[in-house]
Design a protein around this ligand. Structure first.
Ligand SMILES: Cc1cc2nc3c(=O)[nH]c(=O)nc-3n(C[C@H](O)[C@H](O)[C@H](O)COP(=O)(O)O)c2cc1C
Length: 185
């Protein structure tokens, strides 16, 4: 098995891999604003995620109104950093595009993939971001619905504050070769 150091040197040769292994959650932001082009690119990255039966069951709320960002921060104890961010994206599920039967919860995996794409795109543009949890906490979801005027059938999944990092953060080293099982557990 490769060593951590060897993998890091591989990242130097591959920008996409480097972006994945150097991403880390950022919770402190400067007040620099984000261009409309980059905002759209982050949303596009979310929409490029894979989804079960290609249902693309997501909706995105782009929030760049300071008053709304502050209101979200005051109502969501685990997303306090939102007040400091120049923007946030609420990733939501549209139940009209959820699958049935055994696949009825696949939308959660679809939205997780979209959320991770947004985090990675933010990092690629030199931005910082953090996934803050809404679903499945009723109190957080209803606060988001109230503040963002989310209609019935649309389920707030997570809120991602985004901004230019106030300082550099080293990524957490998560390489654990003992978690890898060859051919059988
Ligand atoms: C499902 C999920 C929920 C999370 N919820 C929160 C949250 O509510 N607030 C927060 O500050 N970070 C939250 N995080 C970020 C994690 O704390 C973070 O990803 C983890 O500590 C690993 O750090 P890293 O992202 O820097 O690798 C969440 C991440 C995930 C994937």
């Amino acid at each position: 098995m490769e060593t951590n150091e060897k993998l890091k040197s591989l990242a130097k040769e591959n920008a996409a891999y480097d972006n994945i292994i150097t991403r880390t959650s950022i919770r402190n932001f400067t007040d620099q604003s984000i261009s409309d082009e980059i905002k759209s690119a982050l949303l596009h990255a979310g929409m490029c995620a894979p989804s079960g039966v290609n249902k693309q069951p997501w909706e995105f709320i782009l929030i760049d109104d300071k008053k709304i960002l502050k209101e979200l921060s005051e109502s969501l104890p685990y997303a306090k950093m939102t007040a400091q961010a120049p923007m946030a994206i609420a990733v939501c599920g549209n139940s009209e595009r959820f699958l049935d039967g055994d696949d009825s919860t696949l939308w959660v995996q679809d939205l997780a993939a979209a959320s991770e794409n947004i985090l990675l795109a933010a990092h690629a543009f030199g931005l910082g971001a953090v996934w803050t949890c809404l679903y499945p906490h009723d109190d957080r979801m209803s606060a988001a619905c109230r503040i963002l005027n989310i209609p019935e059938g649309i389920i707030p999944f997570c809120l991602i504050p985004v901004g230019y990092p106030a300082k550099n953060h080293a990524p957490i080293d998560k390489w654990h070769s003992d978690r890898i099982h060859n051919n059988s557990f």
